[in-house]
Design a protein around this ligand. Structure first.
Ligand code: SAH
Length: 434
């Protein structure tokens, strides 16, 4: 290597299966240090929030049957960036070395003389079932476990998976990746080769994420159930006697807000805490943050300026138990507030807004009255009112509640919380267990 110039190291890092908390500490450290992050579709976007300022993020997502960026191009990007002396993180879903092509990328780097390190991740096949309450092994039941891919290189003739031999295994757990589009033929194949058709089977879709879904059933019925329930990739198929233990061990899907879509509107800072709370209770968090420096048009006077009170935050956000750091807003220049608003409002609606429009939400949490204004601003009055009519609304503090009531929307079920504890209880009580 040229002594004048050092290539940067490429860290091939496993992002885990979806839940951002399932990334390794070492992986996260490298992610925080990275100058460039090259990431896939199955990587949870929330992890990118840990990237340092100025970090370049390159999305190279691949979808089944549609590969906008070829594998060679990905490797090429890694090489080019590291030759500039940059620290590169190649962030891949699950474990990069389990059906992840991480080893192909490592070989290419090796051939190019580029230093690399590999930080394994938690693979989806060994974690999604666990979030469904299904153990991989259990003493007395399972002595062997096989990880299988149902999606082989298209250039292969036939299948290399020995379904006939797998069908004969006893005391075994079969874990099948990339099997969503072939579940029917997989199950048929196993039954045809002698596997007991009553073997307990499961499919976990979007495992470890708040939108996780699980179905269980006999081996000869699970494909039908899959179709009926309209399951899709990413999904793990598991065939094992341990599937029966889900009745006892289900935990992730039992949390109070599991399956609920909770929209929250507030400044980035206010949402941090809310987000954590809802996430811990199992809800799907749909955050609508606005820049802390953003002011809404109706809060600006005719000259485009705003009152001092607006700038220094709302009264209710000081007294409601949320940490309010005055120094945060103090001395904030007027002009940049306007520019920040232009940035936020300038773009078209993002995917999240579209998603909320289409699928609605079960509850709405408003951190302040500005958060209410923000919500009505981005959806438009009619759509916002319509959304709120179909869900329950919580405001933090009375000012926000008043703003909501002043909007004259019918059927809003507003509840007000004045402390974090109260908010916590309110959220849980919105959805009492049947
Ligand atoms: N390297 C990855 C696997 C990549 S192959 C890992 O270690 O997990 C892609 C397949 O992984 C998907 O087709 C699906 O079978 C599985 N998968 C990835 N994330 C998943 C998730 N959150 N839930 C269920 N299956 C998932």
């Amino acid at each position: 290597m040229n002594s004048q110039h050092r290539n940067g190291t490429v860290y091939i890092v496993g992002a885990g299966p979806g839940d951002p908390g399932l990334m390794t500490v070492k992986g996260l450290e490298k992610l925080k240090e990275a100058d460039v992050v090259v990431y896939d579709r199955l990587v949870n976007d929330d992890l990118l929030a840990y990237c340092k300022e100025g970090c370049e993020r390159v999305f190279v997502g691949k979808e089944s049957g549609y590969h906008p960026i070829e594998q060679e191009q990905i490797t090429e990007i890694l090489m080019r960036k590291s030759r500039l002396g940059l620290t590169v993180v190649r962030l891949k879903g699950g474990n990069p070395f389990v059906f992840g092509r991480g080893s192909e990328e490592a070989v290419a780097l090796k051939d190019a003389g580029i230093d690399f390190e590999i930080i394994p991740g938690i693979t989806s096949g060994l974690s999604a079932p666990i979030y469904s309450g299904i153990p991989i092994t259990h003493r007395g039941l399972i002595t062997q476990c096989v990880l299988i891919t149902a999606h082989e290189s298209p250039d292969k003739q036939g299948t290399q998976v020995e379904w006939d031999k797998l069908a004969q295994l006893k005391h075994a757990t079969l874990i099948i990746y990339m099997g969503a589009s072939r579940i029917e033929s997989i199950c048929n194949e196993l039954v045809k080769h002698g596997m007991d058709p009553t073997t307990p089977s499961a499919v976990v879709e979007n495992g470890t994420l708040p939108k996780q879904r699980t179905i269980t059933g006999r081996l000869d019925c699970i494909a039908h159930e899959f179709k009926t329930m309209d399951f899709h990739a990413p999904a793990i198929i598991m065939i094992s006697p341990t599937v029966a233990m889900r009745d006892q061990l289900s935990w992730f899907e039992n949390r109070p807000l599991f399956g609920k879509r909770i929209v929250m509107s507030g400044s980035k800072k206010e949402l941090e805490k809310l987000r954590e709370m809802v996430y811990d209770l199992g809800g799907e968090v749909l955050p609508l943050p606005y820049s802390d420096s953003t002011l809404l048009p109706d809060r600006l006077d005719g000259n485009g300026n705003h009152s001092e009170e607006d700038l220094f935050g709302e009264k209710d956000s000081v007294s409601n138990g949320f940490q309010y750091d005055e120094s945060y807003d103090h001395g904030f220049p007027l002009m940049s507030a306007r520019r920040a608003f232009a940035t936020v409002s300038g773009g078209t609606e993002d995917d999240l807004v579209e998603d909320i429009r289409n699928k609605r939400a079960d509850a709405f949490i408003f951190a302040t009255s500005s958060a209410v204004e923000h919500f009505f601003y981005i959806f438009g009055y009619e759509a916002a009112a319509n959304l709120l009519e179909h869900g329950k609304s919580i405001t933090v503090g009375h000012t926000a509640a008043d703003t909501l009531i002043n909007k004259n929307v019918r059927n809003i079920s507003v509840r007000t919380a004045n402390s974090t504890e109260e908010l916590h209880d309110l959220i849980i009580n919105l959805f009492p267990v049947a």
